[in-house]
Design a protein around this ligand. Structure first.
Ligand SMILES: Nc1ncnc2c1ncn2[C@@H]1O[C@H](COP(=O)(O)OP(=O)(O)OP(=O)(O)O)[C@@H](O)[C@H]1O
Ligand SMILES: [Mg+2]
Length: 309
């Protein structure tokens, strides 16, 4: 199989649809272009990520812990999430979000916001598990497709999944094999019809890093703390976002106002769209299909045979 090296090919990068089939991958309904980073690591670019693939090179945000040294850890995160400026040919530099995938870890870590009254029953939380990286990109990809229809939801764009070469013991990554099982099964089921040498499978000993676009703005909790909105408005925004997600057949099991990004204007008011406060939804590590009123009416997950759209 030909291996293209990110460092070598900058100037000759083909358009996404012209990338050689040997480098094309597909998982949970998302198409990828796969490149290797010269150290044995892999980079799976989505179509949006490929359009800025040079900026997403690990040397701009991963090597020598640049996400930590040049980037900043995002306040309010219970996981490892960073905003990192990376160079961009046309725009000088752009902010990306570097999020270390928590699949296989105990969800008990994350918290629900105060007064989290959402359309889906809290009991769903009991079954919550962090999605695998390819499943997370698959879920947000589907939500983005549906959210083009009303109620429209702005989201952050999934750009790439980086799998550095280094290997660790599961406990070093805070993972439990039994928690990985379902995601491993789901990806294997998804890849069942893919030729063997093009199949993607999870390696429980490796880190998976999700790259997303940065959404300019602050989260609704920060806006309330800054006195730009009342707590009541903050909760309304949280409920509105949850209602929109549910309308498209999904639930975010740990939804909270911190997952709702608003855009303050120079005069301190928030950006409005069609007479309502404009917002974007972030954080999809617990974004699951849900189409009903009770926990039982949860839509089938990726590993059940009839989930292939
Ligand atoms: N793409 C983005 N654009 C703008 N702000 C972001 C973006 N992603 C994250 N943030 C900011 O970083 C904070 C933490 O991000 P995120 O919710 O993804 O972390 P987390 O570790 O999943 O936390 P938790 O699951 O407990 O909510 C958000 O509340 C928000 O303020
Ligand atoms: Mg989260």
């Amino acid at each position: 199989m030909t291996v293209h090296d990110l460092r070598l090919e900058r100037s000759r990068r083909p358009a996404f649809d012209a990338v050689s089939p040997a480098l094309r991958r597909c998982a949970h309904g998302v198409e990828y272009a796969l490149l290797r980073d010269g150290e044995g690591g892999e980079l799976y670019f989505t179509r949006d990520g490929w359009a800025m693939s040079e900026s997403l090179s690990p040397r701009h945000w991963y090597q020598d812990q640049r996400f930590h040294r040049v980037g900043r850890a995002l306040p309010g995160a219970t996981g490892s999430v960073y905003r990192v400026p990376v160079p961009h040919a046309a725009r000088g530099d752009v902010g990306i979000v570097v999020k270390f995938c928590r699949f296989g870890q105990d969800v008990g870590l994350t918290t629900l916001g105060a007064g989290s009254v959402f359309p889906w029953p809290e009991a769903l939380m009991a079954e919550a598990e962090f999605l695998g990286p390819f499943e997370e990109f698959g879920a947000i990809h589907r939500l983005r497709e549906r959210a083009r229809r009303t109620p429209h939801i702005a989201t952050k764009r999934p750009l790439a999944i980086h799998v550095p070469a280094a290997r660790f013991a599961g406990w070093q990554l805070g993972r439990a094999d039994y928690r990985l099982e379902r995601q491993v099964r789901a990806l294997d089921a998804d890849q069942r019809r893919t030729p063997a040498d093009e199949r993607i499978s999870y390696d429980p000993g490796r880190i998976y890093v999700l790259l997303y676009s940065w959404v300019g703005g602050i989260d609704a909790e920060q806006a309330a703390q800054a006195g730009l909105i009342t707590n009541e408005t903050m909760m309304d925004l949280g409920r509105e976002a949850a209602g929109a997600v549910a309308a498209h057949g999904f639930a975010v099991l740990d939804h909270k106002p911190r997952h709702v990004i608003v855009r303050p204007l120079a005069d301190g008011r928030l950006l409005q769209r069609r007479g309502r406060t404009a917002f974007a939804l972030i954080d999809y590590e617990l974004l699951v299909p849900w189409t009903g009123t009770s926990p039982a009416s949860r839509a089938p997950r990726a590993d059940s045979p009839d989930s292939h759209d």
